[in-house]
Design a binder for this molecule. Structure first.
Ligand code: NOJ
Length: 540
């Protein structure tokens, strides 16, 4: 069997660059900080985490008004993160360790401070006017249509300079580029080529289904919903067919540079849209984020259902992609955790790292970082500020990484840009590394087991039926090798049937949250409360 490409076999680790490690002591994470910590991510031994790729949140020059998702120059590094030389060194050092580098690419919008927008807004006949979406209002004080921004409020902002409105799918300081203008398209493809030529291994595409809007800017039909954005059917502002063409062209572009990957953030409430972006599995994105998974509550049946849906819908040549955390979500330790957060974190990790699909980890998840409560006066996230105190913003999942119990959690020599969560004193890399039963060591074991067993990284997936309530169980199989995974979501011991297998099969414990001792009492499998158990089949 030919080996699957790295982006199918591997584990991706998302680094929120501002929050990972600060080498220059200004309180914000930077590229040199990442370089210093690469051995933690993968030093080639089972003692490190062992990830295969890093995805960096945007590091381009930016006012950083939205965590870097407001770019003002796509071909340079923001000085707060370092220099282009630092970047080159980071890529080289990653590659030396077998770590691929995936950059975040924000194609949908720029910052209002991008020189293109500055020019575009300066006059109606500026050559860059059409690089953004400008329209007259319907009437004085009335925006061109009824579209609502993802973060609520009209998606149109009136600009005094020329007396027209510009469109923004997200925040008003993030004007949408006009992808119907061929120059914009060419320029953004040029940006992708620029970074690929520098050696990056692919892109995470921000809001990839938002690039195009309906040409006639028709209003979305209304529907029932708890807030204005959710009270529209987003059929004219989201997921236009032209986006799929861009995905296809980008795929060709990145593949001209080798085995590079495109992972797309597809903003949708209906999971089938994320499937559209996979095409037939070979002609659009390599990976598309499955948002249903992170909307799932702590419930074995719900996760089984969610996985079943994706398994049934991913096209034959395609590949699933799972994550439990990112910089926009409440951390899973808090979201799913409750009273049993530590135990659940291990069960969740076992699921994420043994399902059929590419797992994405988010910095700090591997040490059980919780979502932090950031006081109002220290909030940075524009969404958090906009909705405070009604909705919790995203700063809580972006606080600095806990490296050790020293001041500022070993993240920075200076006060950090967001406060460090107080749990750092007892929950940090240094302490987790020496505790045999820590969450970190569980992640390390899972990753090394996954690496060593092709069934786990490349095999097929089959549910194990007939398990009691609260258990999610499945097998992964490649060739003659089978691994069975039992996940007990419940806080009570239970008993399960063994996986179906030919007579003469014996099962050996590969890994368990409760010790790896052999000799389970088959044919029934006893599971302890919150146990995650991996069994390997041996055929006689
Ligand atoms: C999605 C990103 O994940 C989020 O952090 C950002 O604010 C928006 N896109 C706008 O770029």
């Amino acid at each position: 069997m030919p080996e699957a490409p790295w982006w199918k076999r591997g584990v991706v680790y998302q680094i929120a660059v501002s929050s990972f490690a600060d080498a220059n002591g200004d309180g914000r994470g930077d590229l040199r900080g990442i370089i210093d910590r690469l051995d933690y991510l993968n030093d080639g031994t089972d003692g490190s985490l062992g990830v295969d790729a890093v995805w960096l949140t945007p590091i381009y020059t930016s006012p950083l008004s939205d965590f870097g998702y407001d770019v003002s120059d796509y071909r340079s590094i923001d000085p707060r993160f370092g220099t282009m030389e630092d970047f080159d060194e980071l890529v080289e050092e990653c590659h030396r360790r077998g770590i691929r580098v995936v950059m975040d690419l924000v194609l949908n919008h720029t910052s209002i401070h991008h020189p293109w927008f500055v020019e575009s807004r300066s006059s109606r006949d500026n050559p860059r006017r059409d690089w953004y979406i400008w329209r007259d209002g319907r009437a004085p004080g009335k925006p061109p249509n009824s579209w609502v921004a993802v973060v609520e409020g009209s998606a149109w902002e009136y600009d005094d300079t020329t007396g027209q409105y510009y469109y923004h799918a997200f925040l008003p300081f993030q004007p949408d580029l006009n992808w119907r203008n061929p120059e914009v398209r060419e320029e953004m493809f040029g940006v992708a080529r620029f970074w690929l030529a520098k050696g990056v291994d692919g892109f995470r595409l921000d809001l990839v289904n938002c690039l195009y809007e309906d040409e006639g800017l028709r209003n979305n039909p209304p529907k029932l919903g708890p807030r204005p954005y959710l009270a529209q059917k987003h059929i004219h502002d989201l997921s236009q067919p032209e986006n799929l063409e861009v995905a296809g062209e980008l795929r060709q572009l990145v593949e001209d540079f080798g085995d590079c990957v495109l992972m797309g953030e597809v903003l949708t409430l209906t999971p089938d849209v994320c499937i559209d972006y996979l095409g037939d599995g070979t002609d659009r994105l390599h990976l598309s984020f499955y948002m249903e998974f992170v909307r799932t509550k702590w419930n074995a049946e719900a996760f089984r259902h969610s996985v079943r849906w994706l398994e049934e819908h991913v096209p034959p040549g395609g590949w699933p992609c799972y994550y439990l955390n990112n910089h926009d979500l409440k951390r899973s330790f808090t979201r799913l955790g409750g009273r049993h957060a530590r135990e659940r974190a291990k069960v969740a990790a076992a699921m994420l790292l043994t399902l059929r699909g590419t797992p994405i980890l988010y910095y700090g998840e591997e040490i059980g970082m919780p979502s932090s409560r950031v006081p109002r006066g220290l909030l940075d996230d524009p969404v958090g500020l906009k909705f405070w105190p009604l909705r919790v913003g995203r700063d809580g999942s972006r606080t600095p990484m806990h490296w050790n119990a020293a001041e500022n959690a070993g993240f920075s020599a200076w006060e950090s840009w967001l406060p460090v969560d107080s749990s750092y004193r007892t929950r940090n890399v240094e302490q987790e590394a020496v505790r045999a039963d820590s969450i970190l060591n569980w992640y390390r074991r899972l990753l090394s087991t996954r690496r060593a067993h092709p069934a786990l990284h490349s095999g097929d997936y089959r549910e194990i039926g007939g398990v009691p309530k609260g258990v999610f169980a499945y097998t992964r199989r490649a060739g003659s090798k089978t691994v069975a995974v039992y996940l007990n979501f419940a806080a009570r011991n239970t008993e399960c049937p063994p996986p179906k297998a030919p007579p003469g099969t014996t099962w050996r414990v590969l890994l368990s949250t409760h010790g790896t001792e052999d000799g389970r009492d088959l044919p029934r499998i006893q599971l302890a409360a919150h146990e995650a158990l991996l069994l390997e089949a041996t055929y006689s």
